[in-house]
Ligand binder design. Structure first.
Ligand code: PTJ
Length: 259
């Protein structure tokens, strides 16, 4: 990994780029994953590279839903494994969820590399290695599902992916949560809960929330889920971006160090 000085004004952005490149070198991340990462970075600029209120709200409801779930599953792809392997394992632990590797550009070598990485951070069980089921309507590799994982799940977290699987999982009656910096993406529009935030900020925050919220009584968790409106969350994200751009245009950004 290239050493980036901490004094660099774009340190964290460059740091996670290196993580994605490292993920590819370790055989976990697909080449297309680099492009997907760039798309995410662009939307992160638009929201202001911080967790915004609609994302915080969505995370809270997602955590409540996971704590109430009977068979919760967190899906892992090559980008997730490169960016937040440790947090993925920790999140599954605090939410009592199963981990399943599910890849669009699936190769057995990539599956093995990702499973090794998750185990390195303490994952005891990794599903998706020998998936025997197929999600109806998905003909590509991502249609494969583990009988004891996504196939059986009632609540699924599918971060950083394109929308056809989200849509197919919703069609199967599953409750789908996604993390996606692009509020306009198909996943973002099709999911039951959309967390528009960078996964590198979202997962640590969800771990904190899970540790706090697992003490709550079921009725309180159910109340949190019941009052949620994902359409409003997406609209609020768009309004946030619009207002931010309007403000920046009015104030001016030329030679401003922080925006
Ligand atoms: O590992 P594989 O083979 O399953 O392939 C994974 C990728 C990511 C290549 C594949 O799922 C893909 O092509 O995804 P898309 O259609 O590019 O969608 C990824 C979405 O994640 C985009 O809407 C990005 O804006 C978003 N995104 C990228 N990086 C982040 C992100 N969202 C949150 N946090 C990020 N760090």
């Amino acid at each position: 990994m290239v050493k980036i000085p901490k004094s660099h004004p774009r340190y964290w952005s460059l740091y996670y780029r290196e993580k994605i490149i490292e993920g590819m070198e370790k055989g976990m991340t697909a080449k297309a994953g680099l492009i997907a990462h760039g798309r995410g970075e662009a939307f992160d600029y638009l929201i202001g590279e911080k967790t915004i209120e609609p994302a915080e709200r969505a995370m809270k409801v997602a955590v409540a839903k996971f704590l109430l779930a009977e068979w919760p599953v967190i899906s892992v792809n090559g980008n997730v494994a490169a960016l937040v392997p440790e947090e993925t394992v920790e999140l599954a632990k605090v939410l009592n969820a199963k981990l399943e590797i599910n890849l669009f550009y699936r190769t057995e070598d990539r599956v093995r590399a990702i499973a090794d990485e998750l185990r390195k951070y303490g994952a005891k069980e990794v599903l998706g290695i020998n998936p025997t089921k197929r999600i109806p309507g998905l003909e590509h590799e991502r249609g494969k599902a583990d009988e004891n994982g996504i196939w059986k799940a009632d609540v699924v977290l599918v971060p950083l992916e394109d929308g056809d699987r989200t849509e197919a999982l919703v069609r199967m009656g599953k409750f789908v949560v996604t993390v996606d910096l692009n509020p306009l993406s198909r996943s973002a529009r099709m999911a039951d809960i959309t967390i528009v935030d960078n996964i590198v900020r979202a997962y640590p925050r969800m771990i904190e929330l899970a540790k706090e919220m697992r003490k709550l009584p079921r009725e309180e968790l159910e109340d949190i889920v019941r009052s949620y409106d994902n359409g409003k969350t997406l609209s609020d994200v768009l309004v946030h971006i619009r207002n931010r751009l309007t403000r920046l245009a009015e104030e001016g950004i030329w030679r401003k160090k922080e925006i």
